[in-house]
Write a protein of this length. Structure first.
Length: 297
């Protein structure tokens, strides 16, 4: 039997994910802090709630997709927060990328009210959310994950149960270490191609199908050549993920020097007021060092 789904957080990712749930025929209740962001979803068939607590009262399963750990905390604990609507049998699915340690604490609070929690951060960018092709790394009990799976299938094509609560967020950190390494490589490669006077589009075509091919190269390479810095994923959110990565790596004693370097490069770009640009604007930090720009005539 299909259960009613609540969705809290209709940003770049959440709006796409909630749209896919509605499109696949699910009964969806939405709430977003900035109310105007609910309008397109309501036009598509969702019901607008007045608070996260109301979402919890109306829906046995509630998905969250907000920015950072303090924001999930606010969704849960603010006046009329979600915990006020959680009861025995509720399932909270957190698709935000947040601290693995805080996740375990949130899950314990929900368990104390008779509910369950799974952490289910996503990867695949704004494109993946819109097309319904996200990869989802999931931590939680087997029963909770299997209950959530049919609903996550509305927007995810790869759904992997990786372990207990918190381990989804840990695997997401693995994902982000890979993502920023790839972003740095694409930036250096395109800047070298530019400095060498190569045709950048032909260069991309030549390498993207071989061993050097990657999601970042295929999706963000063309945008970098066009100098289109509109965000699929902002530098500010990317930087938040790298902070989570540095904290988590420190806690287990694992060196991540490449990730630390990219963290510092993004910090420099934030200091220049570029935190709202897409994470592929990383190349701008290298442009400063080299005195040339990718995609310039
Ligand atoms: P976004 O477009 O900036 O949207 C953020 C959402 O969180 C908005 O709905 C915002 O509400 C809400 N929010 C933030 N702080 C809040 C608070 N204190 N209380 C209530 N609502 C709050 O971000 P996004 O790109 O969708 O990212 C959402 C999550 O997905 C993040 O954890 C991010 O790391 C992760 N993620 C993003 C991508 C990507 O490519 N964009 C990929 C994978 C994972 P308002 O509308 O009121 O601001």
């Amino acid at each position: 039997m299909s259960e009613r789904i609540g969705f809290v957080g209709l940003g770049i990712m959440g709006a796409g994910m909630a749209s896919n749930l509605i499109e696949k025929g699910h009964d969806v209740v939405v709430w977003n802090r900035t109310a105007s962001r609910m309008e397109p979803l309501v036009a598509a068939g969702a019901v607008a709630a007045t608070s996260p607590a109301e979402v919890g009262r109306l829906c046995p399963i509630v998905m969250i997709c907000v920015s950072d750990t303090p924001d999930v905390d606010a969704v849960l604990h603010s006046d009329d927060g979600l915990l006020g609507g959680v009861s025995v049998g509720s399932l909270v699915i957190d698709h935000s990328t947040i601290s693995p340690g805080a996740t375990v604490g949130f899950a314990e609070e929900v368990a104390g009210l008779g509910g369950s929690w799974i952490d289910a951060p996503v990867s695949g960018g704004s494109e993946g959310a819109a097309k319904g092709t996200l990869s989802i790394m999931v931590g939680g009990s087997e029963a909770a994950v299997e209950r959530a799976r049919p609903y996550m299938e509305a927007f995810g094509t790869t759904i992997t149960h990786v372990g207990p609560v918190g381990s989804g967020q840990q695997v997401k950190i693995v994902n982000q270490i890979l993502v920023v390494g790839s972003q740095l490589a694409v930036s250096e490669a395109l800047l070298f191609a530019q400095a060498s006077g190569l045709d950048l589009e032909a260069t991309l075509d030549a390498v993207k199908g071989g061993a050097a091919g990657s999601w970042m190269l295929a999706n963000r390479g063309p945008q970098m050549i066009e100098r289109d810095w509109r965000p699929g994923f902002t530098i500010d959110l990317q930087q938040k993920d790298l902070r989570l990565a540095l904290e988590a790596a420190d806690s287990v004693g694992s060196p991540i020097p490449g990730t630390a370097l990219v963290f510092q490069m993004y910090r420099a770009l934030q200091n220049e007021g570029l935190g709202g640009e897409g994470n592929h604007a990383l190349v701008k930090a290298l442009e400063k060092m080299s005195g040339i720009e990718v995609g310039s005539p």
